[in-house]
Design a binder for this molecule. Structure first.
Ligand code: EPZ
Length: 423
């Protein structure tokens, strides 16, 4: 297993080009199952999760290949299996997004239950409820969701009992080929869902209300292929903004539409960071030792993203006072806290809130990554620590950050990877 060594103390100066959004790429790759035609995706990040989705689609009979560094060609003309097996699904929960496309195109899908993960139970009840609303018969057998429909799914009006990114995506995918009109309300409205809807409409889907919590989808008999360029990854960008906030410096971020990260920037501005927006990029300036402790709570978009909670908390560890971070989306997303405390942070947990008392410095340590975003928060902490930090099990990181070390090295960070380190 690889480890990453960080020697802290350097400020960050330079430019960061954000990769394509992982959380847009995954549902958009699943959407390729909706057509027999070829789909070309551009700005696709080279990540472990992307390779896992390729593996899953190939298991169904999809043909996919890289035709450029970040350009992916996918064709689901010859689907040979409607079963998503446990040995793939257990690697990545996003595998459940083949449920909607397989069911609506073929009338059948057999998907291993994804199971929980480090950050929570990760229920799928809303995924199942929206399929039932569209006319599917759902049963559970040996840990698999069995979904069937007699003929095409039927358009329906459905209100999600809980705002869920994943269930919204599955509902959209299933509704595109349903017979009749579907209205989905209480939807998630993350930019990655907007990107998915925009691509589906380029494939011939008829989705309106995009970007709102209420979507109307006129079902079609079939969809055609298209070429689509993914949006930039706002979570990756926000991660680097938290890093520069912690150690100081100035970084210019490009490859992302400022509008989808403005909510993050405005929260970081409250902590004392300043920023300027240019035509095709934006810069953020931070002076170390001037971090204001500011409370934050995670919310569905356009609230502050849960995927940036660990990174923001790391920024608060060097705050000038005490701050409270509330995690309102997942029930167990504080795995980074014990490791940050081992680096000298002063954080206590009370239910779904963490109380962070700012300290003067962090100290390097050997720490263990536990999930994707907790892992990167330890790297960020290492950038600020006075001595060396070693982050083990960075395979978690490789799921969601493309060229992390290189991007940080280009901005002056002393960070490098040890390949094949001991566990
Ligand atoms: C997506 O996960 C993202 N994953 C997550 O990013 C992100 O944290 C999350 O949305 C919230 O923004 C991908 O896009 C691949 P949810 P998802 O369904 O779809 C509960 C990362 O780090 N829930 O909005 O699983 C659920 O248990 C990952 O890139 C139900 O109760 O998120 C959770 O507490 C981590 N029933 C909450 O809703 C359901 O049927 C949010 O889940 C579905 C969800």
């Amino acid at each position: 297993m690889d480890s990453i060594i960080v020697n802290g103390g350097n400020k960050l100066y330079g430019n960061i080009i954000v990769s394509g959004a992982k959380n847009a790429a995954l549902p958009i790759m699943a959407a390729s199952l909706l057509t027999c035609d070829k789909v070309i995706l551009q700005n696709v990040p080279r990540l472990v999760d992307i390779e896992t989705m390729k593996e899953l689609l190939n298991n169904h009979g999809t043909f996919s290949r890289w035709i450029g560094e970040n350009k992916l060609e996918i064709c689901s003309e010859n689907i040979t299996s409607k079963i998503a097996p446990y040995d793939i699904v257990k690697k990545m929960r996003a595998s459940i997004w083949v449920l909607g496309p397989l069911l609506t195109r073929f009338g059948y899908a057999e998907i291993s239950m994804p199971g929980g993960c480090a950050i929570g139970a990760r229920m799928v009840d809303q995924h199942i409820e929206v399929m039932k609303a569209l006319g599917a018969k759902i049963s559970m057998q040996k840990g698999y969701i069995i979904a069937k429909s007699e003929g095409r799914l039927r358009g329906a009006h459905f209100n999600f009992a809980k705002i869920s990114v994943g269930a919204t995506i599955n509902g959209i995918l299933a509704a595109t080929l349903s017979d009749g009109q579907t209205m989905l309300s209480n939807c998630a409205s993350e930019p990655e869902i907007v990107d998915l809807c925009n691509m589906l409409n380029k494939m011939g889907a008829k989705i309106s209300g995009i970007g709102t919590q209420k979507l109307t989808i006129e079902g079609c008999k079939e969809l055609h292929g298209t070429t689509h360029t993914l949006i930039g990854d706002r979570i990756e960008a926000g991660t680097y903004l938290c890093a520069v906030g912690l150690v100081g410096g100035e970084i210019t971020v490009s490859g992302i539409n400022y509008n989808i990260i403005e909510n993050t920037v405005l929260q970081l501005a409250k902590t004392g960071m300043s920023f300027k927006v240019n035509d095709d990029n934006f810069s953020i300036i931070a002076k170390a030792n001037t971090i204001k402790s500011v409370d934050m709570q995670t919310e569905v978009y356009p609230g502050f993203a849960t995927d940036l909670q660990a990174q923001y908390m790391t920024l608060m560890t060097l705050g000038n006072n005490t701050s409270v971070v509330a995690e309102n989306i997942f029930e167990n997303r504080f795995m980074h806290v014990p490791e940050l405390c081992r680096m000298g942070a002063n954080i206590s947990i009370d239910g779904h809130t963490a109380i962070i008392r700012g300290v003067n410095e962090l100290n390097g340590a050997e720490v263990m990554a536990s999930d994707l975003r907790a892992s990167v928060s330890l790297i960020i902490a290492g950038l600020a620590a006075k001595t060396q930090t070693k982050v083990r099990r960075v395979y978690h990181l490789d799921r969601g950050y493309e060229n992390l070390e290189k991007k940080l090295q280009n901005c002056g960070a002393d960070v490098h990877r040890i390949h094949g380190d001991s566990v």
